[in-house]
Design a protein around this ligand. Structure first.
Ligand SMILES: CC(C)(COP(=O)(O)OP(=O)(O)OC[C@H]1O[C@@H](n2cnc3c(N)ncnc32)[C@H](O)[C@@H]1OP(=O)(O)O)[C@@H](O)C(=O)NCCC(=O)NCCS
Length: 164
């Protein structure tokens, strides 16, 4: 695969949500059921958001959340299956890591089910002992759907201004 024509982009406004939805369905098993609306919220609240393009085709994606000084986390790293193995994955993660919102923080976390070796090549260390997770009973897709319904019913006028 000739990857010389590939471009990396940090501009969130360029992201085509339909293409991103499709890319995640093809290449990211954990994100297959995400909605366009949910992805839009995730992007709005992430920085940086990095996309990878083969001309007008979205072939890679990664995003981070960060407090700007102590902690950051990288999420949803994916390269389209047809474009894997030519260095784009490493470049994608490095683009996130060198962004000021991530490069200046003390620790950068990520979770991965089976790509530990890939991340070790970039400098990450295995960290089996410190991570915990809360499976929230009202995940974002549910919250978003509730919000849409409440809005449609005229019960709220804006944003997340309601109790669950
Ligand atoms: C993980 C992923 C992003 C890697 O993208 P990629 O473009 O194929 O990676 P690269 O071509 O940059 O790989 C760089 C090097 O890592 C190696 N590598 C890639 N995936 C690897 C893996 N799972 N385990 C070990 N090494 C791996 C490559 O062989 C390459 O080695 P080389 O430099 O000696 O040639 C891609 O496989 C992917 O999208 N997977 C599905 C989604 C996923 O699991 N994302 C991570 C979730 S946290």
């Amino acid at each position: 695969m000739d990857c010389s024509h590939i471009q990396f982009c940090l501009d969130k406004s360029k992201i085509n949500l339909e293409q991103l939805h499709k890319l995640l369905q093809i290449g990211a098993f954990w994100a297959k059921n995400r909605s366009i609306e949910g992805l839009s919220i995730a992007i709005a609240n992430s920085n940086p958001v990095v996309t990878v393009w083969a001309q007008s085709l979205l072939i890679g994606f990664a995003r981070a959340t960060s407090d700007g000084i102590y902690r950051a986390a990288i999420w949803d790293v994916v390269i389209h299956p047809d474009y894997r193995g030519c260095g784009l994955g490493v470049k994608l993660v490095e683009t996130v890591l060198t962004h000021p919102q991530v490069s200046k923080v003390e620790r950068v976390y990520l979770t991965t089910t089976n790509q530990q070796s890939f991340y070790e090549r970039i400098g990450f260390q295995r960290n089996d002992t410190t991570t915990m997770v809360l499976y929230n009973n009202s995940p974002i897709e549910t919250i978003y759907q509730q919000r849409i319904k409440l809005k449609a019913d005229g019960e709220i006028s804006q944003g997340y201004d309601f109790k669950i």
